[in-house]
Design a protein around this ligand. Structure first.
Ligand code: AMP
Length: 514
């Protein structure tokens, strides 16, 4: 029996004329139209020469057809490789070279810049898809029959590769199988009681696990519907909330909703559950939200590599600051970071996960894959946590040097590599400091080369051309030397403390992504 997640979707929702989504302009896509559209995209990819197992790289806006393309890629047995729209051509080049996709779908605007890069990386075809659902792939799909039969896949066949930023500066492609995605979606449907009566207000991006799998994928498999918005815009969310039964967001969404005048319990009377993840939701935001709306936000914890691992209970206490208990089928342990040996209850250690949700490994990277798993198959998340006396998991920090800003991950090493390549920079350290809106913001501490007059705006200008906007430091500080320990390692804890104290109330004038 095939375990192609698209075939399973077909068997669950048949050719229903119920709505799958309503877009921002009010256009409805039924389940019948979703299945037909996805089959047309599968046929279109096949007509371009894509074979099962080929990667399809996609850097497009969040549109209705980008979702059809996602399901069509799965139907064709190909591997969906979404790319953050904020990535620069410099960044996309790396992903194309590493993943070797057969096809790239991008915006018409970025086509002139990406086409030669794609050709050099061996990509066979570059197609376009833009807001308003126009583009060469849209035209091609429109002319196809909708009778495509989903390609047979086993649970271990690849469905998607999502790149996570790498601690050494280079991103790693997390290989997710049909089985990984299906098992987690079914678990979430059960844990959060999702049914065909639900309507999710969907404002997350769809190039990330959260919006793509936890949001759109889970809703589709539940036969539920979505109000599908191109991005998060707080006043627009307020207008749409009364028609929804569910909402999912990163913590920044919640703090922004709270900052909206007129946001109160009257708008959310139809909502069954608010869900938060991808970054820590502060206990204070949880409490403020509850006193304003009467809703206790349900916080869950996951990673690109593992899908979702834990969730606060649907029925039962949703504990502010905690991320809940392991989901069904997910084994979670708190281990000694050095040895992987399980620690006594209540102790703080490395959060490690095993289960059908856990990815197959990093794409063409045996070394990084081996380093990420223990001998008994547990995946080392890089997060530090402890389990309290009632079995709730608390995330208390990260072993990995990661900044999460507005729900987006930034690995300092990647930014430091770009900084150090600037002529006037002798050395640099990138840290995250608390920020009231983004949770954390990226800050660079730079040592100039002797006699150099480089300014903060010079640095930001150079980085803006190389890195996605959310990775570019919001502030740059110049120092004579970086603090180092006796082993010569930069003491980032000292830098974090210094700059956190120097700018305790700083709202930074920055822009949120999310
Ligand atoms: P990503 O792979 O982009 O989903 O990022 C995964 C990382 O986000 C995890 O390793 C955690 O550090 C962090 N994360 C996700 N959910 C939560 C949460 N509810 N609370 C705290 N950190 C979280």
């Amino acid at each position: 029996m095939t375990e192609n997640i698209f075939a399973i979707l077909e068997s669950r929702v048949a050719a229903s004329e119920r709505p799958f989504l309503t877009d921002g302009a009010g256009a409805v896509v039924t389940y019948g139209a979703l299945l037909r559209g996805a089959r047309q995209y599968a046929q279109a990819l096949t007509s371009l020469g894509a074979q099962p197992g080929d990667r399809i790289a996609v850097q497009t806006d969040k549109t209705v057809h980008s979702i059809l393309l996602f399901f069509g890629t799965l139907a064709a047995g190909c591997v969906y490789l979404p790319l953050n729209t904020a990535y620069t051509a410099h960044e996309v080049k790396y992903f194309l070279e590493d993943a070797g996709p057969a096809i790239l779908v991008c915006s018409a605007e970025s086509l002139p810049e990406l086409e030669p890069i794609a050709a050099r990386a061996g990509v066979r075809r570059v197609m376009t898809l833009d807001s308003g659902d126009i583009g060469t792939i849209v035209d091609l799909a429109a002319g196809q029959e909708a009778s495509f039969a989903a390609v047979a896949r086993s649970a271990d066949d690849l469905a998607a590769i999502l790149y996570t930023s790498g601690t050494t500066g280079l991103s790693k492609g997390a290989m997710l199988s049909h089985g990984n995605l299906l098992s987690n979606a079914l678990t979430l449907i059960d844990a959060w009681r999702i049914s065909s009566d639900d309507c999710l207000l969907h404002a997350l991006p769809i190039y990330h696990t959260h919006g793509l799998f936890v949001g759109a994928g889970t809703m589709a498999l539940a036969g539920a519907s979505m109000i599908y918005l191109p991005r998060f815009d707080a006043p627009e969310i307020l207008r749409r909330l009364p028609a929804a039964t569910m909402f999912m967001g990163v913590p920044t969404f919640y703090s922004r909703l709270l900052a909206q005048p007129g946001f109160d319990g009257t708008l959310v009377s139809n909502i069954r559950v608010f869900i938060s993840g991808s970054a820590p939701l502060s206990a204070q935001t949880h409490r403020d939200f509850q006193s304003r709306t009467g809703h206790a936000i349900l916080e869950r914890y996951g990673l690109t590599e593992t899908n979702m691992n834990t969730s606060n209970p649907y029925d039962g206490e949703r504990r502010p600051g905690a991320v809940g208990m392991p989901l069904a089928d997910v084994a979670l342990r708190i281990a000694d970071p050095a040895t992987g040996a399980a620690l006594a209850p209540g102790e703080t250690g490395s959060i490690e996960i095993r289960g059908p949700n856990v990815f197959l490994g990093y794409w063409r990277n045996r070394e990084k894959t081996a380093a990420a798993f223990r001998a008994d198959g547990f995946f080392i998340t890089g997060d530090l946590g402890r389990i309290d006396e009632d079995e709730y998991l608390w995330i208390v920090g990260r072993e990995k040097d990661l900044v999460i800003t507005g729900g987006f991950n930034v690995y300092p090493a990647e930014v430091e590599t770009e900084l150090d390549a600037i002529g006037g920079v002798a050395e640099s350290a990138v840290i995250g400091i608390p920020h009231p809106d983004f949770g954390e913001k990226v800050v660079a501490v730079v040592v100039r080369r002797e006699a150099e007059t480089l300014t903060a705006s010079d640095v930001i200008d150079v980085l803006s051309k190389r890195l996605a906007r959310f990775k570019v430091p919001k502030q740059v500080f110049f120092v004579a030397a970086l603090p180092r320990n006796t082993m010569g390692k930069v003491q980032k804890n000292i830098l974090r403390e210094t700059y956190r104290r120097a700018f305790p109330q700083d709202a930074g004038g920055a822009r949120a992504e999310g």
